[in-house]
Design a protein around this ligand. Structure first.
Ligand code: MG
Length: 250
């Protein structure tokens, strides 16, 4: 069932989204060679708690940290650890926060120092694919028109879209209906309605779309060892432009 948010619920989601956005701002100066992903996790957790919110991911289905920190060939759900970032790495930081019962969820992929042109292209295409998708995140459009726009843009640029994981509705629950694949057929899927809140999150691999899960039960890696990037915002559907709840710059 897809929940339509009232304006007071949308306000609560704006608060959660603002905290997620602030967490990225707090983390940015620390994303560099030599920092451990555990240190990034601690900074994020302390910032979220300082805002009166809680990290949505901590203990979610048993996840052992406050953020997901996915380096290089890790697609999603990387567990923060004592491993240090190295010059030339890319890292996807996925952050969720819940306040007053409502969640915000977003992800960005960052460069660690100087990275290869190909890695930069992967980051840029992944981010832009999100923007290609949300052109259709409007009242009256069909859900899979978003999916198709993301897929088309990614594949046109020579990369592949992960199939096994999707975006999702969000609100009182971190994950709720609808499921939002990053591939599909335009003009299909449920009709979007003003007040839907969607976490749209293309996960893009440099090589093939196949993935594996490591023995820790969480870490999802590219099957071919190629790099992966991830971009996500929590988006509120309106009858005009979608509102990006986790990006205050737009
Ligand atoms: Mg998400």
């Amino acid at each position: 069932m897809v929940y339509i948010k009232s304006s007071s619920e949308a306000d609560k989601m704006r608060r959660a989204g603002k905290i997620v956005y602030g967490t990225f701002e707090a983390l940015k100066p620390y994303v560099k060679a030599g920092v451990t992903t555990k240190e990034l996790d601690t900074i994020a957790k302390e910032f979220i708690l300082s805002q009166g919110a809680k990290p949505s991911f901590l203990n979610y289905n048993g996840f052992p940290a406050s953020i997901c920190a996915s380096v290089n060939n890790v697609v999603i759900h990387g567990i923060p650890s004592s491993d240090k970032l190295k010059e030339g790495d890319i890292i996807s930081l996925d952050i969720g926060a819940v306040i007053d019962g409502y969640h915000g969820d977003a992800c960005r992929t960052f460069a660690v120092g100087n990275i290869s042109d190909e890695a930069q292209k992967l980051i840029d295409v992944t981010k832009q694919s999100f923007y290609e998708g949300i052109k259709y995140a409007r009242h009256g459009e069909r859900l899979y028109t978003i999916s198709a726009a993301i897929q088309e843009y990614v594949e046109k640029n020579g990369f592949s879209i992960v199939r096994n994981y999707c975006g999702h509705g969000i609100g009182k629950n971190l994950h709720e209906d609808p499921e939002i694949p990053n591939y599909g057929k335009a003009g299909h899927g449920i009709r979007l309605v003003k007040g839907m809140a969607l976490a749209i999150e293309p996960m893009v691999n440099q090589g093939g779309f196949a993935i594996n899960t490591l023995r820790d039960g969480w870490t999802v890696v590219t099957a071919d060892g190629s790099l992966a990037a991830h971009y996500e915002n929590t988006v509120l559907v309106t009858d005009g432009q979608p509102e990006l709840l986790t990006d205050l710059q737009r």
